[in-house]
Design a protein around this ligand. Structure first.
Ligand code: ADP
Ligand code: DP6
Ligand code: CO
Length: 319
C-alpha cells in the first residue's frame, strides 16, 4: 500500500536541548512548541516485496540516510513485516537550516510509513514513534501549541496538544538569513553541550520553571510573558553552545542584526520577541495585528522574500 502524509514543522518556545537517552531519544527536559502552517514535509511510503533495501529520495534526489533506514526498521518491527519500501519526501522548508525540517520529516514519515504498513496508531503512539526519528518530531504530530512530556522511557515520553486549534492569533515571522545546511547538526550540538557545558545542570533546572510560565502565558493569553520566556529559553540554549568545549555558535552577523532590530521595536512599544534554533535564522514571535508593521520595519534590513510569515498550523495527516 502507498500512503502520503503531510506534517508541519514546529518551533519550540521552551526548547529541547539535550538527551537523557540517545537511543530512545528521551529529552533531559520537557518542551513546548507552536506548529506552523507555512513549513511542512510531504512524505510518500510504498512497501514493495521486490526491493532488497529501502530507497529514500529527498526532494527528488536519492540519498543514503542511515537514520531513515533505522526508523523504517522500527516500523517493520511494529508491523511484523520484512518488506522494504520506497520513501519519497519533499521538504517545503529549508533542510537542516534550523527551521525544524527534522520535526516535519519524522512526523510525516511516522504517519505515512505506519499507514502504508497497514497499522493504525493512536496519535500518542505516533508521537512516541516520531520521537525515535527526531526529538522535535514528537511535537509535530499535533497542531497549535504542543507540550512534549519528557517522560522517563519509551512509553512515557510523548507530546500532547495544549491548544490544538488555538484562536490566539500568534504568528512567527521567519527571517531567512541562510537556508543552507548547518555545519553542526542539532543531534551533535546538543550532545556536545550535555557532555561539556558547565551550565547544563542550570538549564535543566530552569527549564521546569519556563515550562510552567509558558503554559500559564498560553492559558491567560499573556503575550509579553509568552515572549519573554520564549526569548530567554532560546538565549539560554545558545549560551550553552558558547559554553561547550569546544564552544560553537549558530549565530551569524545578520542573526544579531535581526535580534537587535526586534529589541529596538520593543523599546518603541511594538510587542515582539525572537527565538532561534540550531541555525542562523531568527523567528519573530508576534501577534497578527502587528505583522504588517514588523514586516515593514524588517524589510529595511532584509529582502522581503526572506521574511516568511507563519501562523499556527495543523497536526500530521494523510493526504
Ligand atoms: P533542522 O534544523 O532542519 O531540524 P537537524 O540537524 O535537526 O536540522 O536535522 C536535519 C536532518 O534531518 C537532515 O540532515 C536529515 O537527516 C533529516 N531530514 C530532513 N528532512 C528530511 C526528510 N524530508 N526526510 C527524512 N529526513 C529528513
Ligand atoms: C533547537 O529534534 O532536531 O530545535 O532529536 O537529535 O533529531 P534530534 O534533534 P532535533 O532538535 C531540536 C532542537 C531545537 C529545539 C526544539 O525544537 O525544541
Ligand atoms: Co531538527
Amino acid at each position: 500500500m502507498k500512503k502520503t502524509a503531510r506534517a508541519h514543522t514546529n518551533i519550540a518556545l521552551v526548547k529541547y536541548w539535550g538527551k537523557a537517552d540517545e537511543e530512545l531519544i528521551i529529552p533531559m527536559n520537557g518542551s513546548v512548541s507552536l506548529t506552523l502552517d507555512h513549513f511542512y514535509t510531504d512524505t510518500t511510503v510504498e512497501f514493495d516485496p521486490a526491493l532488497t533495501e529501502d530507497i529514500f529520495c529527498l526532494d527528488g534526489k536519492q540519498k543514503h540516510d542511515p537514520k531513515v533506514a533505522k526508523f523504517m526498521n522500527l516500523v517493520r518491527n511494529l508491523a511484523k513485516k520484512e518488506t522494504f519500501a520506497r520513501i519519497d519526501s519533499i521538504n517545503h522548508v529549508p533542510t537542516a537550516a534550523g527551521l525544524a525540517s527534522s520535526a516535519s520529516a519524522y512526523a510525516a514519515l511516522a504517519l505515512s510509513a505506519t499507514s502504508a504498513a497497514g497499522l493504525n496508531l493512536t496519535r500518542k503512539d505516533l508521537s512516541r514513534l516520531a520521537r525515535r526519528g527526531s526529538g522535535s518530531a514528537t511535537r509535530s504530530i499535533f497542531g497549535g501549541f504542543v507540550e512534549w512530556h519528557k517522560g522517563t522511557d519509551d512509553l512515557t515520553s510523548f507530546a500532547e496538544p495544549i491548544e490544538e486549534e488555538t484562536d490566539w492569533e500568534i504568528c512567527m515571522i521567519a527571517i531567512v538569513i541562510n537556508g543552507h545546511e548547518k555545519k553542526i547538526s542539532s543531534r551533535h550540538g546538543m550532545q556536545q553541550v550535555v557532555k561539556t557545558s558547565p551550565y547544563y545542570h542550570e538549564w535543566v533546572k530552569t527549564a521546569e520553571e519556563d515550562l510552567k510560565l509558558v503554559k500559564q502565558a498560553i492559558k491567560n493569553r499573556d503575550f509579553s510573558l509568552l515572549g519573554e520566556v520564549s526569548e530567554a529559553s532560546a538565549m539560554k540554549m545558545h549560551a550553552l553552545n558558547m559554553s561547550a568545549k569546544p564552544h560553537f555558535s549558530y549565530f551569524m552577523p545578520e542573526s544579531i542584526l535581526a535580534m537587535q532590530k526586534i529589541e529596538e521595536l520593543r523599546s518603541q512599544n511594538i510587542p515582539c520577541y525572537y527565538t532561534m534554533d540550531a541555525g542562523p535564522n531568527v523567528k519573530v514571535i508576534c501577534e497578527k495585528q502587528n505583522v504588517a508593521f514588523i514586516i515593514d520595519e524588517l524589510s529595511k534590513l532584509f529582502a522581503k522574500e526572506n521574511l516568511l510569515v507563519a501562523n499556527p498550523g495543523p497536526g500530521a495527516r494523510l493526504i
